[in-house]
Write a protein that binds this ligand. Structure first.
Ligand code: XIL
Length: 393
């Protein structure tokens, strides 16, 4: 469960105040030379999130689970609005090798085929993580039937088999996920499953193995609360220092992914978020927002109506703050949300009492956050074309 210290930061983001309402205030899109807007419906639309993002060199993405692909109305949204997709679970070790030596690629193959059919790129997720490991692996390690040497060999094999299988078809791989402590100071968690058994060198090793298996894939380190969400910026400081060290040692890390799981009950600074993205980019890395969602307390998990009416404003504000920060940093190559509809978001099942975390409601209708992101992208793509310089008196 995520824990974050409460912040005293205000919600008065200067950039948001300037940009937030600009495009929504366009009275006449036709007069402005824009296509009719807004449209959140399936179909090829010049105002879809993917189309607008494409104009400014950004891939707009979502995580997908099988039911998103198998429910036609949902698949239509997934196909029309997004240009990069991440399997929510389908490429995790627990899913792809449920029994030792017996592989199940059905979810991963389904997602890769969907992406191909819809002109989308794929973010592979994730190779080295302490969660969602197969039971045979964790049990074997716990009872001593799998030694540390064997564990290392099994990991090597896992990475080699999976990355090779999809070689040439994965744009970005989240090689390593969530290794840093939520603490001040932060650092690699010594009690992490992988670190406690194999030591911290297993992380760079995983990057080398992945690079050998697919030299064309962009290899990412991915984590949450690494763009100032902890308030102290301690976790970002630690990840930044570690990335710098890894790069100086020639480890093939090419990008850093900030997950972007926010919660309206905590503080959020779009300025700090942007500064941290810039700091990672300054290392020569690509940057991605990989799992954005903004949760809040709701009446129940079925309807997901926020219990605090101000959350209806805070939620799109925080989504927009993340996107505008991303748009301000040219090295950010993709902005992915962790599921597009509240109907199957991971949030209600993980955070007791919370929900409303995505940009479509439980009936797949676009929410204010959808229109806010669309407006941000529209401003990014077209500027504010109706504005003309005012002559000096
Ligand atoms: C989540 C999935 O969305 C859930 O369905 C699953 O039960 C648990 O994992 N950080 C990550 C993602 O990197 O892989 C997690 O996905 C959410 C947190």
């Amino acid at each position: 469960m995520r824990r974050r210290s409460l912040l005293a930061m205000g919600a008065a983001g200067g950039a948001a105040a300037v940009l937030g309402t600009g495009a929504s205030a366009l009275a006449s899109p036709a007069a402005a030379g824009l296509a009719v807007r807004p449209s959140a419906n399936p179909g090829t639309s010049p105002t879809s999130l993917r189309a607008l993002a494409a104009k400014i060199g950004l891939r707009f993405g979502t995580a997908l689970i099988p039911q998103d692909i198998e429910t036609p109305a949902w698949a239509a949204i997934a196909a029309s609005q997004f240009s990069v997709v991440t399997p929510g679970n389908g490429m995790k070790w627990q899913i792809v090798e449920p029994t030792q030596g017996v592989y199940d690629w059905s979810q991963a193959d389904q997602l890769v085929a969907f992406a191909r059919a819809n002109g989308q790129l794929v973010r592979g997720h994730t190779l080295l993580w302490h969660n969602q490991l197969p039971t045979w692996l964790t049990t074997g390690v716990a009872n001593g039937t799998i030694t540390n040497a064997q564990l290392k060999q099994l990991l090597h094999n896992h990475i080699q088999v999976e990355v090779s299988r999809y070689r040439g078809r994965i744009w970005q791989w989240d090689v390593a996920n969530e290794f840093f402590l939520d603490a001040n100071p932060s650092g690699i968690d010594p009690n992490n499953f992988w670190i406690s058994h194999l030591g911290p060198d297993i992380i760079p090793q995983a990057f080398r193995w992945a690079h050998a298996a697919d030299p064309g894939a962009l290899l990412f380190y991915n984590d949450y609360n690494i763009t100032g969400e902890d308030g102290t910026n301690a976790k970002s400081d630690a990840v930044y220092a570690w990335l710098k060290q890894m790069l100086s040692e020639g480890v093939p890390i090419m990008g850093v992914g900030s997950q972007g799981h926010l919660d309206t009950q905590y503080g959020f600074s779009p300025q700090l978020f942007q500064q941290d993205l810039e700091r990672y980019a300054s290392l020569g890395l690509k940057v991605a927002i990989t799992e954005a969602d903004v949760r809040t307390f709701v009446n129940n998990a079925t309807d997901q109506v926020p219990t605090d009416h101000l959350a209806v404003f805070a939620q799109p504000y925080e989504f927009s703050g993340m996107l505008k920060a991303a748009l301000a940093v040219p090295q950010v190559i993709s902005f992915t949300i962790w599921g597009f509809t509240d109907a199957d978001s991971w949030v209600p099942g993980t955070f007791a009492g919370e929900g409303y975390a995505t940009i479509y409601d439980v009936n797949q209708q676009p929410k204010p956050a959808y229109y806010e992101l669309q407006a941000d992208l529209e401003l990014g793509a077209f500027g504010a074309p109706r504005r003309v310089p005012t002559p000096m008196p």
